[in-house]
Design a protein around this ligand. Structure first.
Ligand code: IMP
Ligand code: MG
Length: 207
């Protein structure tokens, strides 16, 4: 174990197993065409044919999996390979944290997605939901482009930390209010390559 890690919360094997299970569930829901995102009120989805009539992607366009850079990269790479359906991928860079461990409250778009989302099922893939601000912002941002549905899957969820109302559709693991790193998650850009998810020693960030 890395010397800056206080304890391991989830091993690489546990993460892999949970990711495969999430992939199976998401694939079933996408294949069934259920508008889970629409039902949970994440966007006002117009009928798919309207989106197509507006010049959007045809209703047959495959679902679009959106990876939030950089923290979601390892989870995204494993998850999309656990979804045995036609999929397209996109990458968006968002940030709400500076170099510290507390959210700044502001969400910035570094790099937006290029694909047309109109009329399509969108699956947003996140590493961890904390205050909820990043996902609430991104769901609103994408909803303005008239997707058919928007679903959010997050590897980790810290429900006790919500500052704005937000409920992900799929959660890998719920965790307490601790600062975690590994499997894509960082502190000041470090520890993303740890194969497990661990609690960072507070002494590392002066806590
Ligand atoms: P939110 O907007 O407050 O929900 O923050 C979401 C983002 O904050 C996540 O995508 C992570 O990048 C980052 N974040 C939140 N909690 C942690 C943590 O415990 N470790 C590492 N990054 C975190
Ligand atoms: Mg993130």
């Amino acid at each position: 174990m890395h010397p800056d890690i206080e304890r391991i919360l989830f091993t690489a094997e546990q993460i892999a197993e949970r990711t495969r299970a999430l992939g199976r569930r998401i694939a079933e829901d996408l294949a069934a065409g259920c508008e889970k995102g629409a039902a949970s009120g994440k966007q006002a989805a117009p009928p798919a044919q309207n989106a197509a009539a507006q010049g959007g992607a045809p209703a047959s366009a495959p679902p679009l999996a959106v990876c939030i850079l950089k923290g979601s990269v390892p989870f995204f790479a494993d998850l999309i390979r656990a979804i045995p359906l036609p999929l397209e991928t996109e990458y968006i860079a968002l940030s709400s944290y500076g170099a510290g461990t507390a959210s700044s409250g502001q969400v910035h778009i570094g790099k937006d997605i290029a694909a047309d989302v109109a009329g399509r099922d969108v699956l947003i893939v996140e590493d961890i939901v904390d205050s909820g601000r990043t996902l609430a912002f991104l769901c609103g941002h994408l909803a303005a482009r008239h997707p058919r549905s928007v679903r959010v899957v997050t590897l980790l969820d810290k429900p006790s930390r919500r500052a704005v109302p937000f409920t992900p559709d799929y959660v890998g693991f719920a965790v307490d209010d601790v600062f975690v790193v590994g499997c894509g998650m960082d502190y000041a850009e470090r520890y993303r390559n740890l194969p497990y998810i661990g609690v960072l020693k507070p002494s590392v960030y002066g806590g």
